[in-house]
Design a protein around this ligand. Sequence first.
Ligand code: SIN
Length: 304
Amino acid sequence: MNDLSVNIAGMTFKNPVTTASGTFGYGEEFLDFLDPGQLGGIFVKAVTGKNREGNNYPRMAETTGGMLNSVGLQNKGVDIFCRDIYPKIKTFDTHIIVNVSGSTVEEYVEVSERINELEKIPAIELNISCPNVKLGGMAFGTMPDMAKEVTIAVRKVYKKILMVKLSPNVTHITEIAKAVVDGGADVITLINTLLGMAIDAERRRPVLSTITGGLSGPAIKPVALRMVWQVHKAVPVPVIGLGGIMNATDAIEFILAGASAVQIGTANFIDPRVGLKIIDGLGQYLERHQISTIKELIGALKTE
Ligand code: SIN
């Protein structure tokens, strides 16, 4: 058997395949399709301080090679997460990582503090990259000073593994990455969605109620690979890569670029079992190349 396990900031993942926040619910919605314990980890849907209804419909649009969303961080808030959702998912035999979102530094801190109390949650993913909200979200992730400030504030109250999810909607991704690492991030996850829009020419109107939204899917994979590669070289912490991964070959490309693990996002909407197929495919790749452990491939891209 080839070894698919990876170590990220002291956490052992049984394999490097995880699911991206917002594409896999809280995991329980997928129980008819798979055992979540087979995945390396699950990044659950965004959790904010209070209930959020999200943006008006339409808030999803199919585009060439991708998908636009402007969900707007719809969720029931941290109280309901801790009281009703956490007890149902805490027994999954995999790492459950909570995507923490907010409109203010205080909200990020409040939610992180609450999640810190949950024994079976070993890490949070600080989402400073949502492009679909008027306050907070991506606004924190596009300026190094603000990215660092929110990371420092959360670092003070969050005692476990702190992952920070970056936005690709910046000129210099490595500046933001360095800022959050200076602020105390243990891991960087990237990329969130690229800001885009779709137009209905017949109606002469935008397709989304919010006019713009976040683009995901295969269309963004080259951008994501480039950013994972740049950030992996620029900072001393592990990187988890995402952006348009549809199959095992895509996942291998991210790992070669420097990702210690990957998140599967849009592909879950097409095939809820895609994560398991990718795990199988990674094993076959190791077999075919006679490599005993996937760790050997992390950042192993040959550039000379
Ligand atoms: C959303 O809820 O609008 C998407 C979440 C995100 O992009 O972080």
